[in-house]
Write a protein that binds this ligand. Sequence first.
Ligand code: FE2
Ligand code: FE2
Length: 209
Amino acid sequence: MQTNTWYLPAKVFKHANRYIFGVNTMVKPMTQDALMSAYGGESMAHMRYLIFAEIAEKEGFKNVARLFKAIAYAEQVHARNHYERLKDLNVDAKVVAGAPFGPGNTSKNLELAIRGEVFEIEEMYPVYMEIAKYQGEKNAEVSFKWALEAEKIHAELYKKAKEYVDKGQDMPLEGNVWICPICGHTHVGKEAPDKCPVCGAPKNKYVGF
Ligand SMILES: [Fe+2]
Ligand SMILES: [Fe+2]
């Protein structure tokens, strides 16, 4: 059988780039696992919050429903960022990612939401950032950092919402819940910030809920 020595398929070229010329176009495996898991976790959080928004709406907590919808969008932004960091892959993979299960009324759902956010803040993202940093995967590190910064705000907003809901009241939300579509930064107010404090995106990029 004759082999075409003049012909280098794209995959071989990528291999050559990586191992011969030292240009690494692929994310290293441990960081890759972290990105996949974070993508899975954010995808589930996105869906969970949309489900929680429907329940809050039915229970008459209009602002809490709005908060869930806005934060669902922020989680979509995170999922997209993590997913895009893996654009050079062409594989099917099983993803292991944790999520709080057992939905109930809005008070219970806020409890699950807080638990999910706190896990991401205290364990998941700090550890994933360390993996990416250790492996020199700057793009992944930034993606994790952006998510971490937003999750801190989400946890506080959900805690505030729960205080009101547990008294049988809707939470006060003056203005909009603004989401940065680049990094997921979340801001409550009449106007979006002039510039995203996390990624630097301009005010007019923000999406209001
Ligand atoms: Fe979040
Ligand atoms: Fe941003």
